[in-house]
Design a protein. Structure first.
Length: 363
């Protein structure tokens, strides 16, 4: 009888010890709550699985938001694992209170095309002031980004599969509102500068699906260059599509829903951004660590290559400040962010950040 009692007690102690070990593996003391109440740039670092916050006033890293943990009220605020790995592009809602991050779950720094069959994606929602992950949405299929609608009431994300879809979620209760059929293997879904149209870049179809953001109806499907990744909005009424395999930029006029031109680059583009102050189109060249820029010659009706300037290895995403006089560029291989004076096209500072920095958004 004594042996049975001792064994029973030992079993209970062992179970308790295992439970404590399991809790310690899944829970940790919550990180301190932040107060990001200043002009800032948020940088997603894919490999280090975090977001660096750079103060625009000092151009220094002020905070680090850990994406691998989320506060769980059922465990007295202890942090639980979010299951997030390789976060990608990041967006800010119009109220500047909430960040949305697409989580494909794989490294896309060498190119956006392809993915493993059966891979599932996620959307991470992060409090932009407190720096806390507030919600993680599990998706049926791998995604690249998660963009807010112009009024902030919806979150749109594409599903990277042959029978491509765009999923539209309610940004308040996170329920699925609409599923829209698009082309094959859509990567990024983005909005025109006025928010009236959404654009899904279909990599395997070499096309872009144009969607009415209000009615959710497909308005057009436009042929572009090979392996488009994203259609990036310009304030000039155009969308600029970076075609990775085609090594080109396709220009879509939003009003006419038509492709009006193509810029042959001679390199694989990483990202495209239009600067309305300089009337320049900036395109990153990841393989050579540069940014090239073009201007449109109205008399010749063609885009003219201005020049290029060096940033860091693996140059990728571009974000301009509100006055468009300063640019912040993520360098995925160098693990830095370049601060660039727009008028002179010169890098003024290189800021070390996390590993494999990718998306960036400015508040």
């Amino acid at each position: 009888m004594k042996t049975i009692k001792i064994s029973a007690i030992a079993g209970v102690l062992a179970m308790g010890l295992f439970s404590c070990m399991k809790d310690n593996m899944n829970m940790s003391t919550p990180s301190p709550e932040l107060n990001i109440n200043y002009p800032a740039a948020y940088i997603v670092n894919g490999q280090s699985n975090d977001v660096y916050v750079i103060s625009l006033e000092t151009n220094t890293v002020k905070e680090v938001i850990k994406l691998g943990e989320m506060a769980d009220a059922s465990h007295d605020g202890m942090n639980m694992s979010t299951g997030i790995s390789w976060p990608h592009h990041i967006y800010l809602n119009p109220a500047k209170t909430l960040l949305s991050i697409g989580v494909p779950g794989m490294d896309l720094s060498a190119g956006h095309s392809g993915g493993m069959a059966g891979m599932k994606g996620k959307i991470a929602l992060v409090d932009a002031v407190k720096g806390k992950v507030t919600k993680v949405l599990d998706l049926p299929v791998m995604n690249h980004n998660a963009a807010f609608s112009s009024d902030g009431s919806e979150i749109w994300t594409a599903q990277m599969e042959e029978s491509g879809k765009v999923l539209v979620y309610d940004a308040n209760n996170y329920t699925l509102k609409k599923t829209i059929a698009v082309g094959g293997q859509p990567a990024e879904v983005t909005f025109s500068s006025d928010g009236t149209m959404a654009f899904a870049a279909n990599g395997h179809d070499s096309s872009v699906t144009v969607i009415n953001a209000s009615t959710k109806e497909v308005m057009a499907t436009l042929k572009v260059g090979a392996d488009p990744v994203g259609a990036w909005a310009g304030s000039d009424g155009n969308m600029y599509v970076d075609n990775e395999e085609g090594k080109s930029i396709s220009i879509i006029n939003v009003a006419t829903m038509s492709v009006t031109g193509t810029i042959d680059l001679g390199f694989m583009p990483g990202f495209a951004a239009y600067n309305s102050q300089m009337k320049e189109l900036w395109v990153t060249d990841p393989d050579n660590g540069k940014v090239h820029y073009w201007t449109f010659d109205s008399s010749m009706k063609m885009w003219m290559h201005g020049s290029a300037f060096e940033t860091g290895k693996g140059a990728h995403a571009i974000a301009f400040t509100k006055d468009e006089m300063t640019a912040y560029i993520t360098n995925q291989t160098a693990n830095t962010v370049s601060v660039v004076e727009v008028m002179s096209h010169k890098e003024t500072k290189e800021i070390p950040v996390g590993t494999k920095p990718n998306g960036i958004v400015i508040k």
